[in-house]
Design a protein around this ligand. Structure first.
Ligand code: ATP
Ligand code: MG
Ligand code: FE
Length: 340
């Protein structure tokens, strides 16, 4: 199976061609981050327009780099949701057009299934596994019992991890997206300031990061009122330690509780060095294999969408040509049917 996938859920326009859900023939990503930077975040209307402007070129480039003919393709996959509706729509229209012109199947993909299955492009997955999904819009612990069958064990009750990083970074005067900047500063600090951890109920796999974000804002405000300055490195480190400790402890506890054979890391925040180091250390001690994608496959890209689409293509679970962009879409409901 040779799958061409399109991803336009947020601010990356990406097209990839992947063979058998594993071999990446091309994965072209065009980021709009420079455009949105000046607004301090993604502006939906601008994102849609930029997707429209770049999609054709990115598509041509992906086909050329893969060295395939359009007639070699087995199916066209596209991120169906969740995401910005106007942005998703651009990818959905492009994918439908291509699928109907080539008379090949269309497969709608859940964006978070894509983030999780980015791991399949570089690792051999063993079931059941637990995935820690940490991205700009999601923080979830997901149990995957068999290929493409998802169960949410816990999720954030307020801000996503990446969102908290970006908000804290903004308050610290760092450029958007702030996650990588906070990560870098945290690595330069001696000792971090002490900040709270939100553990929630003893048995809960849910997360909450808004209290921590408010605590950072309070520290910054107090310091500025007193005319004091706190080293940004110490704030970044304290914040990162608090986020990482809760993520790591809950992920390990979930993996143990579900008898997971592997722990997978997924989403843009999976690029975080503090998180990776802490997880490697804990998983090593627990003798739990830890899988994470390379940095280029952590953030939004279409290769991961092709990898997830392959699960459905293999089982003949195809979408119809009236597929709709779904800004809100359940991961559990997207699970493959034959495996459930
Ligand atoms: P979603 O996948 O939930 O729809 P998204 O696609 O916008 O959201 P991703 O592209 O997966 O999110 O990840 C982007 C997020 O990752 C941003 O919030 C960014 O700040 C964060 N991020 C990237 N690198 C790092 C890092 N090294 N440390 C912390 N956060 C990071
Ligand atoms: Mg993005
Ligand atoms: Fe994403």
């Amino acid at each position: 199976g040779l799958i061409l996938a399109v991803e336009t859920s947020c601010d990356e326009t990406s097209v990839a061609i992947v063979e058998n859900g594993m071999i990446v023939r091309s994965n072209v990503v065009s980021s709009q981050v420079e455009t949105h930077k000046r607004y301090g975040g993604v502006v939906p209307e601008i994102a849609s327009r930029q997707h429209v402007e770049s999609i054709t070129l990115i598509l041509e480039q992906a086909v050329e780099e893969a060295g395939v003919r359009l007639t070699d393709l087995s199916a066209v996959a596209v991120t169906q949701g969740p995401g910005l509706v106007g942005a998703l729509l651009v990818g959905v229209v492009a994918a439908k057009t291509l699928a109907s012109a080539l008379r090949i199947p269309l497969i709608g993909v859940h964006h978070i299934a894509g983030h999780i299955y980015a791991n399949a492009l570089v690792h051999r997955l063993e079931y059941p596994f637990v995935a820690l999904v940490v991205s700009g819009g999601h923080t979830e612990l997901v149990e995957v019992t068999s290929p493409g069958v998802f169960r949410i064990l816990g999720q954030t009750r307020d801000d996503a991890a990446g969102e908290a990083y970006d908000k804290v970074a903004r308050a610290m005067g760092l450029p958007y997206p702030g996650g990588p900047h906070v990560d870098k500063l945290a690595g330069e600090a001696g000792e971090g300031i002490v900040l709270p951890r939100a553990w929630l109920e003893a048995d809960s796999f849910d997360f909450s990061f808004s209290g921590l974000k408010s605590a950072v804002l309070a520290v910054l405000n107090q310091a500025s009122m007193k005319g004091e300055t706190i080293e940004p490195q110490r704030i970044a480190k304290g914040f990162q330690e608090s986020v990482v400790e809760v993520l790591v402890e809950k992920a390990i506890r979930a993996a143990k509780a579900r008898g997971a054979r592997q722990l997978l890391l997924a989403g843009g925040v999976a690029a975080n060095r503090g998180l990776r180091a802490a997880l490697e250390e804990r998983c090593g001690r627990e003798r739990l294999p830890l899988l994470a994608p390379p940095l280029s496959l952590c953030t939004d890209n279409a290769a991961m969408i092709a990898a997830a689409a392959y699960l459905k293509w293999e089982r003949g679970e195809l979408s119809s040509l009236d597929l709709k962009a779904e800004p809100v879409l359940s991961l559990e409901a997207w699970s493959v049917q034959s495996g459930a």
